[in-house]
Design a protein around this ligand. Structure first.
Ligand SMILES: NC(=O)c1ccc[n+]([C@@H]2O[C@H](COP(=O)([O-])OP(=O)(O)OC[C@H]3O[C@@H](n4cnc5c(N)ncnc54)[C@H](OP(=O)(O)O)[C@@H]3O)[C@@H](O)[C@H]2O)c1
Length: 239
């Protein structure tokens, strides 16, 4: 078996709950110093305090590019250099058929699920390339390859994120920068609260969904492979 290699620092976007929080917890267990970002400052600070290990909480709305700049600046000040690992996880889900979806809703989905992960990654990539290190793990979805009715905006954003992962993989070949896509099916997190409260029967019950810890296991496994191993894609669903 190859020996694992643990990153020293990580930025987890959307780390205040759900999959991001599960990944943050698993990384802290591995001894990684992490920074969490989300909009809700109170929730974020409470989770950072619980996690310990000098976890940083940086409240920012990643759909606003100046907020991404501020995040990256604060992160550089705290860590002294770009984090070893970026978990591009923050995302939204708001299923709607095309005939009622508005342009503003599509734009918001693209801003948070596609453009924000690009902007955060873009800010770290030059330093990573120069220093021949760095790993981005994108949290995709089964909807990054498969379409479902009512899912046009979400699928467009996730297909786009997968495409960006695939391009980056080719562009960074041999540079020391790694890129991984983790694509879960429905996972029991608060993202489902507004969707399931209307009893939408298109979706599985929470009891049939993946647990956030299972997604975190996959992400942390990929993050802790030796630097010579670049995991491409992990797709997962409940058995
Ligand atoms: N749950 C699933 O079934 C499932 C399945 C496949 C893929 N995924 C993907 O997994 C990722 C995490 O989903 P989840 O289920 O864990 O969702 P969640 O429980 O709703 O958590 C989303 C996180 O993202 C943050 N966030 C949302 N908008 C943001 C913004 N504009 N700026 C900064 N942070 C923002 C939220 O905090 P604030 O609201 O405070 O900002 C929260 O920390 C998403 O990319 C999602 O598409 C989820």
């Amino acid at each position: 078996m190859t020996s694992s290699s643990v990153p020293k620092t990580a930025l987890v976007t959307g780390g205040s709950r759900g999959i991001g929080l599960a990944i943050a917890r698993a990384l802290v267990r591995e001894g990684v110093r992490i920074a969490l970002v989300a909009r809700g400052a109170a929730e974020l600070e409470a989770r950072a305090k619980e996690l310990g290990n000098h976890t940083l909480a940086i409240a920012a709305d990643l759909s606003v590019s100046s907020e991404v700049d501020r995040l990256v600046h604060e992160l550089g000040g705290a860590f002294g250099r770009a984090p070893d690992l970026l978990i591009n996880n923050a995302g939204i889900f708001d299923p709607k058929p095309l005939h009622v979806l508005t342009g503003e809703e599509l734009e918001r989905m693209m801003k948070i699920n596609l453009i924000a992960p690009f902007l955060v990654l873009r800010a770290l990539l030059p330093e990573w390339r120069e220093q021949r290190r760095g790993h981005v793990i994108t949290i995709g979805s089964i909807a990054d390859r498969t379409i479902f009715p009512g899912n046009a905006a979400y699928s467009a954003s996730k297909f786009g994120a997968r495409a960006m992962h695939e391009v980056l993989r080719v562009e960074t070949k041999g540079t020391g920068v790694r890129t991984t896509l983790v694509s879960p099916s429905s996972t029991d997190t608060p993202i489902w609260d507004p969707v399931l409260q209307h009893g939408d029967s298109r979706f599985p019950p929470r009891s049939a969904m993946l647990g956030a810890d299972a997604v975190a296991d996959a992400a942390v496994w990929a993050a802790t492979r030796p630097a010579s191993v670049n995991i491409d894609e992990l797709r997962m669903s409940a058995s």
